[in-house]
Design a protein around this ligand. Sequence first.
Ligand code: G6P
Length: 613
Amino acid sequence: MCGIVAYVGEQKAYPIIIKGLQRLEYRGYDSAGVALLENKSIEILKQAGKVSDLESYAANKNTNGHIGIGHTRWATHGVPNEINAHPHNSGDGKLAIIHNGIIENYDSLKKALQEKGHQFESDTDTEVLIHLIEDIKNHENCSLFEAVRLVLNEVIGAYAIVVIEKGTTDEFIAARKGSPLVIGVGEGEYFVASDASPIIEYTRNVVYLEDGEIARINKSEELDIKTISNVKKTPYIHELELSLDSIEKGGFSSFMLKEIFEQPKSIIDTLRGRINPTTKEITLGGILNYEQKIINADRIIIVACGTSWHAGLIGEYLFEDLSRISVEVEYASEFRYRNPIINKNDVVLAISQSGETADSLAALELAKEKGATLLGICNVVGSSIPRLTHAGSYTHAGPEIGVASTKAFTTQIIVLALMAIKMAHKKGTITISKYHEIITELELIPEKIEKILKKNDQIEKIAEKFKNATNFLYLGRGYNFPVALEGALKLKEISYIHAEGYPAAEMKHGPIALIDDNMPIVVIATKKGNYDKVVSNIQEVKARGGRLIAIVTEGDKTVKELADYCIEVPDSFDGLSPLLTNIPLQLLSYHIALMRGCNVDMPRNLAKSVTVE
Ligand code: G6P
């Protein structure tokens, strides 16, 4: 979490940094700040709140300088106020730092520094880091580059940092471990950011700093990169493929709405080139050499967090149902700490939009130690998970900026479906005709989603009726149980209404006690799967006075008689139905949140890329 941006070159740094921070606000928006270096002084401007609050505050301040650093924060240590906002100064005011990550041993380092006379203003781990750099620099009488390197050998934790030094207007030092950092290479200028979005309008040439690397970035020189153990590295310049349009709202009022409506296109992009138009053969280039390994695996262990974990559950149903490969789905944060059994013949598959989620990365590291095969399904090209895994497939959803995940989820299901269908075909666990039937259905998904999106006004009207509810229950069975979980999560995340997802049949073992005349229940009751059983569950709800919103298959009559509101979705293969049933639930959450005055793109306390445990 936290977004960082830095610039050194001939342009004015402030506007570049502010624009970059706005693009990175999905990473945190508790406070924001910049430090600008001009001649011999460091000007630090910071504010609690969003980047726009910082902009208003800085409107009549000195924002000159051709070198600077900026930060948008998701608070870990210390409340989100101005004092705890980054950048932080060293005690003598000669150095300033921005930091994304957590220094785990900050407490002991802080005590040792306090004994030496250092005084701290904030409650942050970051201020400890910059005081330590100052201390070592003075003690060793060395360059800033060397001081940062020495300090990083003492700290435990995760970091992406940039440090500037008073009087040095042509260079700064950047380093990373566990948190992402991209360096944009321009003509006589450099950019540094947590992802490429602040950089693309200036240069397409980037260097991804690797874990444990530190860079001296001087505007008139080549990048000087070494490891923290002092081994020189040669920078490898990648060319960015990201387009500027893809990171702007394009006429929509929010990124979330844009991303919901983009889903047909994102799915087409994710399918592109992966299904042969004539033979209908599936090719996932990234896992081509690992197909046999997947087929022969004892188990696939899916590790993920949040919405990606819900996609993982759908993956489990698809792999087990179609390709008869045993799958376990684990919360990465639990898996990594519970001494799990991992064998060499296991395939560990991480699903992650950002490719940077700290717990998912740590789960993979653990699996790597045990000799398992590592796969990834990620959206952000070049992120840490794709670089750590042996093989994998990208989702090609395009940048997802709204904090609540939408198009990343649907495209994760697409990739999982492609993998499961491919393995089933290869293993012979489905007939040729079934294979072709599923592929045909898969190719029809984008136009079926278009049809559902046309119901936006109907869904908005339903939202109006329920916007003041305080609790929601979401029910589904089989393939649509994870959709119930995801529907509830989406509502919680952006509208702050308490919502629970439950397997419909489990309702009678607890949640049924909550049902009264005020309780809205969203139930997914599509024709395939366990339709009759779900209808019985609906009757149980109705008998207790619950208010029902049902997602049904076009033409349904039975549920329509029971439910208060019905939203129809086109029919499909059961295993692909989550791709359809999830869309009305995204729109329902979106409209309810908007009607309650919530910021759908930046819900309180959340961040999109969770790079801390
Ligand atoms: C955060 C985001 C969620 C996301 C989860 C996992 O909590 O707010 O939308 O599902 O992280 O992120 P990942 O990038 O690994 O999919």
